[in-house]
Design a protein around this ligand. Structure first.
Ligand code: NAD
Ligand code: MG
Length: 395
């Protein structure tokens, strides 16, 4: 079998590391073509030593020199590149078959979209890219003939529960709605009044999943689920009122598809991202991921209930942004990134994340999002506004 050449954008992150774990189990199927990292040079150097990629990409020329130095012995054939443009170059290279898009936030959009335009198989973890570019991304996939496979566990679960040949139209497949499950994060049962002074450490202590810091805070605020509602809209062509969110604290049912005939199809498994990653890598085949099968005799508890939008106002804001359309999801995402960063640096309260996003959605006028340039123009505008709102809140 010809080995698949894999590019991992964001190799040093939580998803990147899990992806390499799955790849290492199947050396006869996969070869690492490129690994990218922002600043974690030592970790990237270790990964390069283990997987001997053709390319490695880092943020700056200084970091590239450091990496080159440490790879001289460990992976002498690896070519080290730097900068945002290099992320796009490795993603669209003709030798590359599969792109794991696992950079966090808006920074991942240009290379993810470039991979879509180049007709690659894209394993999409970087949900922010799809939230920001929506129609542009889906159109690029369609025009180039790219294969877009969702890695986010909920969307991967839904993908697994959809009929063969699904064409982004729920009604014609007899689907009444899709149901995204949500763990509820670390603050599910905490007194709402006390949420004002939770610390970054408390917010990133997720009960079921070990993830990067940004998505962990998003899980605590449920903005993560809000972004996932928007992601589901684009992936599956689902109207906002056909996407339901249910809290499921055990994180064993990863999501569900409800059919007109009363059938509810669910995908279950232990909460470990290697399952959706292995699914994306091997699709339509199935390969070992290193994740143990769920032993239902041990996990009898499966609870589900409606989310409380007082406790989780960010989820409500995401639905509002999706319904408003155009630039609203770009603003939602950009301001959330700035606000989460401020919260992680103790410059903003946890419940103020929502305040800042709500203000931005109210004040920044809707604009067109037809090009990548227009999207990043709105993204910058929203980030500037967010910084102003945050500094006003502090005075
Ligand atoms: P992480 O913070 O652990 O890793 C982020 C990666 O992106 C790192 O490799 C980092 O070097 C790279 N990066 C960060 N900023 C960059 C920049 N400006 N330019 C280039 N590279 C940059 O994050 P993660 O938890 O692995 O999440 C990655 C993406 O996958 C996010 O979009 C997240 O929402 C999504 N996701 C993650 C999980 C999970 O379990 N971790 C689950 C579902 C979806
Ligand atoms: Mg998810």
């Amino acid at each position: 079998m010809l080995k698949q050449q894999i590019c991992i954008l964001g190799a040093t992150g939580s998803i990147g590391v899990s992806t390499l774990d799955v790849i290492a189990r199947h050396p006869e199927r996969y070869q690492v073509f490129a690994l990218t990292a922002h600043t974690q040079i030592e970790k990237l150097a270790q990964q390069c030593a283990a997987f001997q990629p053709t390319y490695a990409v880092v943020a700056t020329v200084e970091l590239a020199q450091q990496l080159e130095h440490s790879l001289r012995q460990a992976s002498p054939k690896t070519i080290v590149l730097f900068g945002a443009q290099a992320l796009c170059e490795v993603a669209i290279a003709t030798e590359c078959d599969v792109v794991m898009a696992a950079i966090v936030g808006a920074a991942g959009l240009p290379a993810s979209l470039a991979a879509a335009r180049a007709g690659k198989r894209i394993l999409l973890a970087n949900k922010e890219a799809l939230v920001m570019s929506g129609q542009l991304f889906i159109d690029a996939v369609r025009q180039s003939g790219a294969t877009l496979l969702p890695i986010d566990s909920e969307h991967n679960a839904i993908f697994q529960c959809l009929p063969n040949g699904f064409q982004r139209d729920l009604a014609s497949s007899g689907i009444s709605k899709i149901i995204l499950t949500a763990s509820g994060g670390p603050f599910l049962n905490r007194d709402v009044a006390s949420l004002h002074n939770v610390t970054p450490e408390q917010a990133i202590a997720h009960p079921n999943w070990v993830m990067g810091r940004k998505i962990s805070v998003d899980s605590a605020s449920m903005m993560n689920k809000g972004l996932e509602v928007i992601e589901a809209h684009w992936l599956f062509g689902a109207a906002p009122d056909k996407i339901e969110v249910l809290i499921h604290p055990q994180s064993l049912v990863h999501s569900m598809v409800s059919y007109e005939d009363g059938s509810l199809l669910a995908q279950l498994g232990n909460p470990d991202m290697r399952t959706p990653i292995a699914y994306g890598l091997a699709y339509p085949e199935r390969i070992a991921s290193g994740v143990e099968a769920l032993d239902l005799s041990k996990f009898l508890q499966l609870n589900f209930y409606q989310p409380d939008l007082q406790r989780f106002p960010c989820l409500r804001l995401a639905y509002e942004a999706l319904r408003a359309g155009a630039s609203a999801p770009v603003v939602l995402n950009a301001v959330n990134e700035v606000a989460v960063d401020a919260f992680l640096n103790s410059a903003l309260g946890f419940m103020q994340i929502e305040t800042v996003i709500a203000q931005a959605l109210e004040e920044i006028p809707l604009q067109g999002v037809d090009t990548l340039e227009a999207i990043f123009e709105i993204d910058s505008q929203a980030r500037r506004a967010a910084h102003t709102y945050i500094s006003n809140l502090r005075h």
